[in-house]
Design a protein around this ligand. Sequence first.
Ligand code: G16
Ligand code: MG
Length: 217
Amino acid sequence: SKKAFIFDLDGVIVDTAKYHFLAWQKIAQALNINFTHEHNELLKGVSRVRSLDIILELGNVQASQEDKDKWLLQKNEDYLSYLVDMNESEILPGISKILKFLKEKNQGIALGSASKNARPILEKTGIISYFDVIVDGNDVTNAKPDPEVFLKAAQLLHIDPKNAIVFEDSVAGIQAANIAGMVSIGIGEEGILHEANYIFKDSTFIEESFIETLITN
Ligand code: G16
Ligand code: MG
């Protein structure tokens, strides 16, 4: 039967987390806030606005809305500068093969991302045509772990949430998929993503026979 396969962007399809980190680090440095790789884990799957609030909380910094707006703009301009040269080489291992397989099998394919920069990233990496539906940070009001982004994707594909499968690298995203009543597949560390129905260290470990069972069950 036809299922909805919903992919997170950052951390599942592409490794843009490293660029988000570099851009946030510049903002943090300018504000004298210590911002490490461990801190960056807290920002995965989290919206831009909420990410800045988390960084300011880390540094115990109070700021006016005007300043926050300025930093949000600076962060995004810097982030976009890292994406200029992005190409298909930045697609994470295993993903292209899975997308091709799902297309061959006539399955619904959607993007479910918190990012407002999702479309240009899918264009630059040359995989936008695989996606029947794109739901990103421009389309939702409630951030993960709220299930809105995934429910919207399934709805646009006309597929029942219980027939949807979500690929996620963040704890908030796995929780969102579970709340939506979807099958959750964690891509990353077992210790971090233990709430997922299935966990793979990276997408190269996802076999076609496994996807086949997701389609038929
Ligand atoms: C992504 C990242 C987050 C980022 C958010 C917003 O979500 O994981 O770190 O803060 O998008 O991105 P932007 O500033 O581009 O709007 P996802 O859901 O694709 O992992
Ligand atoms: Mg992610």
